[in-house]
Design a protein around this ligand. Structure first.
Ligand code: IPE
Ligand code: IPE
Ligand code: MG
Length: 261
């Protein structure tokens, strides 16, 4: 059991302060998935435009990745833009694309300083060339980092991901390189964007809505879900600790029985 106030300083402005009182440091979720929701409503509540919320949300992600790393989390999957978010006004979509591109440029040094490895899940189809270039650059520039993995979901949809996997599995079967009888969970998982990553242990949704919104449909089969009404831009390391504390209070049974007597 780790008790007390946990504080780190990389740069003065980057102080991570969180109260880890009561946390069991031997039972930290390995992989946390976050549906970063509520940016627009948070901005509106401040009398600002929705895009201001996206800007603030990007700052929150930086803080939460550092906090998660300090706690020993190995992977953060963060939902930044869904396959359904293209339905939004073109000005908002363009702003988000520019924000992503800027984020991926400006944060490289910080990722490297903090040993963060960046990966992406989602379809590249329809993404602006500049965003795809920045994604490639971020992958390349951080590929040797051995700390926390920041798995950014951009143009991601769980159904699209499963469709993509089904198509490639079917193509292999049709080409005769894969026997239909051999298709099992492992084969499906190896065709998902998350191939090689453990399944999320904990799914966090800020913003007050109680739904999955097409995030990691296959992978969250046994994830523990934690939600809060707090909007993503106001989500702090203490909320992360609160979510992990709740997770540590759950009994994960995976369909079995804990008490097998
Ligand atoms: C999440 O915040 C970010 C994206 C979906 C890109 P929203 O933009 O959905 O904010 P709300 O839910 O409308 O408040
Ligand atoms: C989920 O939020 C997608 C992201 C956070 C990127 P949405 O705001 O798109 O979800 P819905 O529309 O409320 O289900
Ligand atoms: Mg939303």
């Amino acid at each position: 059991m780790f008790k007390g106030l946990f504080q780190t300083r990389s740069k003065a402005k980057n102080n991570i302060v969180m109260d880890t009182n009561g946390l069991d440091m031997s039972n930290i979720p390995r992989h946390i998935a976050i549906i970063m929701d509520g940016n627009g409503r948070w901005a509106k509540a401040q009398g600002k435009v929705r895009t201001y919320g996206h800007q603030a949300g990007a700052e929150t992600l930086k803080t939460i990745v550092r906090a998660a790393d300090k706690l020993g989390v190995k992977v953060i999957s963060a939902y930044a833009f869904s396959t359904e978010n293209w339905k939004r006004p073109v000005t908002e979509v363009n702003f988000i694309m520019e924000l992503l591109s800027r984020y991926l440029t400006n944060e490289i040094d910080e990722f490297n300083e903090n040993n963060v490895q960046v990966r992406f899940i989602g379809s590249r189809e329809g993404l602006p060339d500049i965003v795809k270039q920045k994604m490639d650059h971020a992958i390349e520039a951080t590929k040797n980092n051995t700390g926390i993995i920041l798995n950014l979901a951009i143009n991601y949809g769980g159904q699209a991901e499963i469709l993509h996997a089904v198509r490639s599995i079917a193509a292999e079967a049709a080409a005769g390189t894969l026997d239909v009888e051999q298709i099992d969970n492992k084969v499906v998982e190896s065709h998902l964007y998350t191939a090689g990553l453990p399944a999320p242990d904990l799914l966090i949704r800020p913003g007050g809505d109680l739904r999955i919104s097409n995030f990691l449909l296959w992978q969250i089969a046994y994830a523990e879900i934690w939600t809060t009404k707090v909007f993503w831009p106001e989500f702090t390391p203490d909320h992360l600790v609160e979510a992990i504390l709740a997770y540590q209070g759950r009994e994960r049974r995976f369909g079995g029985l804990v008490d097998k007597k």
